[in-house]
Design a protein around this ligand. Structure first.
Ligand code: ATP
Ligand code: MG
Length: 731
């Protein structure tokens, strides 16, 4: 039979093949990284199409990102030969939700041209509502409430359904009422937020069984990738669609309530708990879909024995696991072990990674096959700078490049105006950021004034405040702005530039703006700002730094060029690379301080799963790094190697010898000792092959001592721009 099987089936192992060919009834594929789960889904779709069991439009397939959806479509095309004509229901939960909602908007009280509000719009709207209710929006920040609403929506909760305790937690017990007011306001604006893209369809299906029945007829096959990271609302949505009434199968037999749903996932890769994902959905599957076939895949096709050994040993430290076996047939004595490297600080880390990359390039390895996966987005800056210096092409996946981030652009705009008073674009960008009551009218006045006299806007501002062309309040604000800039300009040549830069951000109120911001991204943005100041240290002046950044920004980003990928661990899900670099394995950064501060082990276990995801992205080579010192607020802070390094098995891991030209930090080196007296045993332990033994001998007192210091040092590291789920829609 194998001989007659179509090509696309012949390469599969028996379990994979079973998962592809079990087309009737619910199927759950529960399997570790790199075992071919995504490949099974893709092949399953190809199989359905090739055997004419359904048209492309009758398949509902959910991927984690839009990029993954595009790739899946391409691969299906390859498998069945020729392009797949329209798979309209292949996409993320959100992109599919938009499509459903456009078709049936009127059933939830919207019209089909509804707008989708982004996070900023949502916060603005909530702020209006809070103010309209006569509440103090300083005491009850809109961002905080937006996050609460998002959490409720992830759980599929309408205002009437939220827990009493939650409702009481905001605005003296008015949480429920405000949530309801917000929903009403959205409706009257003919708008919805991201959460509604799931919740509205759920409401609509519940209230209109006939519509739901249509979709039951339509969607003959439902497939979900990365199932471990679905949240409750997504699960409810899936369950509604998957509970089909009786139907006839391919052989013409009536099958009762057959649900042709196939979900694939790995509980060890559940990394979005902080955003409402419920790994328990895996456990509920068999309960909610009786008769489900559960298939385990155990053979890993992606990685070497060493990489799997390291990842498997690490994740075994988690308690809350379903437990899975993973093996590979590929046992090659030439395979490299996972390598742990020590570096003095993040600058040296980037330099040493750069050297590794160049070495690989000399051996004919492509940059396309390499990735750097960071825990927090601020870590990217050092690598981006280094790669520009070395001329190594790179691309940042799942978020902007460091210098393109909102807060970095804002900060740079301040610096540009200080250095270059005629930079109107920069001036306009920040004249009312943070908010200073300089509304559109004022800006337009300023613009006209400057245009008419052919002078820069800052100049116009300092002139116009002497006239009575502006309202008193705007005039006062602008007067302050003008005074600020003139003071900073005076300091330009006689104040150390990092100090000045910090002053500008503080005195302008820009830093405070993010400090007062209660959103989840705010801490990450503050970290990025600190990183920005830090990155100036190696330049002589603010001008020199600005010039450097414009060069960095000028580097072309081109889809087709050979380039190394830089991304957060969160956005690396499902991807694979020949070589993976994992920098920053230090206590407080990874595992993240926030997880360490949490009581209970849930946070730490999620960090460990993230580490598992990171290591298992590697096919051939995996390099881990930790630094001994991070410079934060201009102060050197010692850091402790990540506990995850202790959890790696010596059989599959080796420690790199103290590295090359900068390698003085190891035993006998003078680099560290002379410049930084604080050097302590850790350095030496890790830079000698006996690190494992040394680790074992370490006293708790030492660990605690270092731990608390490192904890203090990195208390504010944010998640940064993490995963792409949800907030990206292709439409
Ligand atoms: P993750 O958990 O990281 O998402 P996954 O289980 O989805 O991993 P895939 O990405 O589908 O795994 O597969 C991992 C790699 O193994 C891919 O390069 C895929 O092409 C390859 N692969 C999967 N199954 C087979 C097979 N039967 N024969 C050869 N290669 C395979
Ligand atoms: Mg996958």
């Amino acid at each position: 039979d194998q001989a007659r099987a179509p090509d696309y089936l012949s390469g599969l192992n028996p379990e994979q093949r079973e998962a592809v060919e079990t087309l009737d009834g619910p199927v759950l594929v529960l399997a570790g990284a790199g075992t071919g789960k995504t490949r099974v889904l893709t092949t399953r779709i190809a199989h359905v199409l090739a055997t004419n069991r359904a048209f492309p439009s009758q398949i509902l397939a959910v991927t984690f990102t839009n990029k993954a959806a595009r790739e899946m479509k391409e691969r299906i095309g390859v498998l069945v030969g020729g392009a797949v004509e329209g798979m309209p229901w292949l996409g993320t939960f959100h992109s599919i939700g938009v499509k459903l909602l456009r078709r049936h908007a009127e059933l939830v009280g919207l019209s089909s041209d509804f707008t989708i509000l982004d996070t900023d719009d949502v916060v603005r709207l909530i702020k209006q509502i809070i103010q309209a209710e006569g509440l103090d929006d300083k005491r009850w920040p809109a961002k905080q409430f937006a996050a609460m609403i998002d959490g409720w929506k992830n759980k599929g909760l309408d205002p009437s359904q939220i827990p009493e305790g939650d409702a009481r937690a905001f605005a003296n017990g008015r949480g429920r009422e405000l949530y309801a007011a917000y929903q009403n306001r959205l409706k009257s604006l003919n708008a919805c937020d991201f959460g509604d893209l799931l919740l509205h369809p759920i409401r609509m299906f519940r209230a209109n069984p006939d519509v739901l029945r249509d979709y039951h007829q339509r969607f003959r096959y439902i497939l979900v990738d990365e199932y471990q990271d679905t949240n409750t609302a997504q699960y409810m949505w899936l369950r509604l669609l998957a509970q089909r009434p009786s139907s006839k199968n391919a052989e013409g037999k009536t099958v009762n309530g057959t649900v042709n749903i196939c979900c694939v996932g790995d509980d060890d890769q559940s990394i979005y708990g902080w955003r409402g994902a419920e790994v328990d959905n895996i456990l509920r599957f068999e309960k909610d879909f009786p008769g489900a076939k559960v298939i385990k895949l155990e053979r890993n096709y992606r990685s070497t024995e060493h990489i799997l050994g390291a990842a498997g040993h690490l994740i075994a430290h988690n308690e809350g696991r379903l437990g899975k076996t993973l093996f590979t047939d590929r046992v090659d004595p030439n395979d490299e072990k996972v390598v742990v490297h020590a570096a003095w600080d993040s600058e040296e880390e980037a330099r040493a990674v750069g050297e590794e990359i160049e070495q690989l390039q000399r051996n004919q390895h492509l940059l396309n096959d390499m990735a750097i996966l960071v825990r927090a987005s601020f870590q990217m800056r050092e690598f981006e700078d280094r790669f520009v210096t070395l001329g190594i092409n790179y691309r940042v996946i799942g978020g902007p490049r460091f210098y393109e981030r909102l807060e970095i652009r804002d900060a740079m705009a301040y610096f540009r105006v200080v250095c270059q008073a005629a930079d109107d674009l920069a001036f306009e960008r920040i004249v009312n950021t943070p908010k200073r009551g300089l509304g559109d009218t004022t800006i337009r006045n300023l613009h006209d004034y400057a245009r008419a006299r052919n002078i820069p806007m800052l100049q116009a501002a300092s002139d116009i405040v002497l006239t009575d062309e502006l309202k008193p309040k705007a005039r006062k604000s602008l007067l302050d702005v003008v005074a600020d800039f003139s003071r900073w300009q005076d300091m330009l040549d006689n104040t150390p530039h990092t100090e000045l830069a910090e002053k500008i951000l503080d005195e302008s109120g820009y830093t405070a703006m993010w400090q007062n911001d209660k959103s989840a991204e705010a801490p990450g943005r503050l970290d990025n700002l600190k990183e920005l100041i830090r990155s100036m240290e190696s330049f002589e002046s603010l001008r020199g730094f600005l010039e450097h950044v414009s060069l960095v920004m000028d580097v072309e980003q081109n889809e087709n060029m050979d380039a190394i990928s830089i991304m957060t661990l969160h956005s690396a899900k499902g991807l694979e690379f020949e070589t993976v670099f994992l920098p920053g394995w230090e206590e407080g950064l990874f595992p993240h301080q926030r997880a360490l501060d949490e009581s209970g082990r849930a946070g730490l276990e999620e960090e460990r799963r993230l580490a598992y995801v990171g290591i298992t992205r590697a096919k051939r080579r995996c390099h881990l790094w930790f630094v001994s010192n991070r410079r934060i607020h201009g102060l050197w802070q010692s850091t402790l190697p990540s506990r995850f390094l202790d959890e790696l098995p010596p059989a599959h891991v080796e420690v790199a010898e103290a590295e090359s030209s900068y390698g003085g930090y190891g035993r006998g080196g003078g680099y560290g000792q002379s410049r930084f007296d604080k050097q302590e045993p850790f350095q030496n332990n890790y830079s000698t092959p006996g690190w494992k033994r040394a680790q074992a001998n370490k006293t708790d007192a030492t660990r605690e001592n270092w731990g608390s210091r490192s904890g203090h040092a990195v208390e504010r590291i944010g998640y940064g721009e993490s995963g792409p789920r949800g907030k990206t829609i292709d439409g």
